[in-house]
Design a protein around this ligand. Structure first.
Ligand code: C2E
Ligand code: MG
Ligand code: MG
Length: 562
């Protein structure tokens, strides 16, 4: 049985303190359907029971005239004790003056004697509890329609109850988030998306079967769990990811863990921390579990700020397209051959923000689509402008995100952009990151094929960053292979690993596609890559990404040297 079932079936606890046996019995009779009734027959006993049950008592019904200690004194103690004063007290009295007095002393209501209709008593009690619990929750629904898990309101309420019933238990706050759920929805359709969410819900229920575990679906694809501390979350995450069936490979879940949480923090704040931890690994496909760390709070605030400011920044043209040259190194001298368009956010207060700080955020919630179209158009306009004004044609590659690969209108958009600017598919090259090909190659491969049929050139970006295998590239329709920066870096750290680069270059040769090396910073790297037969190089060794005006100088230099 779930803890929450105990809680609802076992009901809230109410203490009836009255010295008259008949009154105690009467009230118990009226209330026992809905509440668990505890009884005290004098003031001292009442106080003792209140202290003992302080974490679980929902309300006290207090007679004012009792032996040993009168009700007014009990009320005074309760209302002055920080541990007790949260428990609402309703006074039972037949004397009007005492009613007013007791309200002044901290009672929330009174019930006159002789007792009114049972319904009136029940209504006053439930309203007082409701007010004390500080929510209109009684009217909210308890269960999420889709998954049958608790709704967020009930989740927080039951989590608080768990704290009350098990104050000594170390508890973990967990946030489960499905990576790129909107992409799943686009890919499989809403119905399948719903089915995935239901499967996740069932899996969570089976993993967190302990009655002290509370589970809810917070928003579309976010699940929260409050449970006694454990330390096998990697295994848990793997179990949740492995839903079986034909969706097995497509779903990746990340788990944010705020373990052994500080119970002095508000329950919401504890789950904010779990969420922050989950978001830290938003775009990291190899890590499933992330622990909360105080330092993350600043980073999260910053991320929130960026997402919030995005619409204004886009409208206010705060985003600029930079160009990083690529050099062909096959001849005697390196020759400028093309460029990569890279976005920069020129923030009025924060200065220049690099895409590493915002692209992953925007990819997560879909804003990337708007930003990319802006960048693609900006790049296309610039290519056209150089052509017209300088008579120079330079191919520029633009970056595509994973989500865009599922957009059925992608080809249309690309053709519109080239068409509107009077440029061709040879001018605007497309970089698609290796990780986009990974889990669901078939659909991406189809999209890439269509793009190529329409004349576009595809460069596989970030190759070697850890997702694909060497034999995979032989099956992919691509026009160039961009070696990931880390690949280069590692290879030259351990010299024997240059062997890997040479194998990749051989395969690329065999496929008839050039290799572009990214992130080349030193002469040593440049010369070694040249020797290995690498065709094109991009990196700080030649140039950082440049504003259009600076890149233009390189174009003019090249033109005058020809
Ligand atoms: P990327 O497409 O792999 O781009 C190459 C990144 O390497 C760029 O970082 C570039 O500035 C950096 N880089 C180039 N040469 C060197 C070097 O020699 N040393 C070092 N340390 N770094 C070098 P940047 O501009 O910060 O962009 C980071 C990533 O953000 C890009 O990686 C790309 O995935 C993404 N990105 C940038 N602009 C856009 C965009 O407009 N749309 C999308 N979807 N993604 C973008
Ligand atoms: Mg790129
Ligand atoms: Mg790259």
């Amino acid at each position: 049985m779930k803890f929450s079932d105990v809680y609802t079936e076992g009901k809230r606890h109410i203490l009836v303190a009255d010295d008259e046996f008949i009154n105690r019995e009467l009230l118990e009779n009226i209330l026992s359907d809905e509440y668990d009734v505890l009884k005290a027959e004098d003031g001292e006993m009442a106080l003792e029971m209140i202290r003992h049950n302080r974490n679980t008592l929902s309300l006290i019904l207090l007679d004012l005239i009792m032996p040993k200690m009168n009700g007014m004194d009990v009320l005074k103690v309760v209302s002055e004790d920080p541990d007790l004063k949260g428990i609402p007290v309703i006074v039972l009295t037949s004397d009007q003056d005492s009613e007013v007095m007791s309200l002044k002393k901290g009672a929330v209501d009174f019930i006159p004697k002789p007792y009114p209709q049972p319904d009136v008593i029940k209504a006053r009690i439930s309203r007082s509890i409701e007010l004390a619990e500080g929510r209109q929750i009684i009217s909210a629904t308890e269960r999420d329609e889709l998954t049958g898990l608790y709704t967020i309101e009930y989740f927080y309420r039951y989590s608080n109850q768990v704290d009350k019933f098990f104050p000594a238990e170390a508890m973990d706050a967990l946030c489960f988030d499905v990576n790129h759920f909107h992409v799943l929805n686009e890919r499989f359709g809403m119905e399948k998306g719903d089915e995935i969410l239901k499967l996740i819900a069932r899996r969570l229920e089976s993993i967190f079967g302990d009655p002290r575990c509370i589970i809810c679906r917070k928003t579309a694809d976010t699940f929260l769990v409050y449970c006694p501390h454990r330390d096998d979350y990697k295994k848990v995450a793997e179990e949740v990811c492995d839903l079986g069936g034909d969706i097995e490979t497509a779903i990746k879940i990340r788990v944010g863990v705020y373990s052994c949480c500080d119970k002095k923090l508000d329950i919401h704040a504890r789950f904010d921390r779990a969420k922050i931890a989950a978001d830290k690994i938003r775009n990291n496909y190899s890590v499933l579990v992330s622990d909360f760390d105080e330092k993350l709070i600043d980073a999260e605030l910053f991320a929130e700020q960026l997402v919030e400011e995005f619409p204004k920044a886009l409208a206010g043209k705060q985003f600029q397209v930079y160009f990083q040259p690529k050099f062909d190194i096959r001849g005697d001298k390196p020759v400028l051959s093309s460029a990569e368009a890279l976005v920069r956010w020129c923030h009025p207060k924060l200065g220049m923000i690099s895409p590493g700080a915002f692209i992953p955020l925007f990819e997560e919630d879909g804003l990337i689509v708007q930003l990319d179209e802006y960048v693609w158009r900006g790049a296309a306009e610039q290519i056209a402008e150089w052509k017209k004004r300088l008579g120079i044609s330079v191919p520029v590659s633009i970056n595509l995100s994973r989500a865009e690969m599922y957009d059925p209108k992608l080809v249309e958009t690309m053709e519109q952009i080239t068409g509107d600017n009077g440029i061709t598919t040879k001018d605007l090259l497309l970089e698609i990151t290796e990780s986009a090909y990974v889990s669901d190659s078939a659909q991406i491969v189809e999209r890439v094929k269509t793009l190529r049929e329409h004349g576009f050139f595809i460069e596989m970006d970030d190759f070697g960053s850890g997702y694909s295998s060497l034999n995979m590239i032989s099956e992919l329709p691509i026009d160039a292979l961009k070696l990931d920066m880390m690949f280069i870096r590692n290879a030259f750290n351990k010299l024997k690993d240059t062997r890997m680069i040479s194998i990749v270059i051989d395969i690329a040769d065999y496929l008839g596609v050039p290799v572009i090396a990214e992130g080349v910073e030193t002469e040593e790297q440049y010369l070694a890559l040249k020797k290995l037969g690498c065709a094109i190089i991009q990196g700080y060794y030649f140039s950082k990404p440049l504003p259009a005006a600076d890149f233009e100088k390189l174009l003019l230099d090249k033109k005058s040297s020809e």
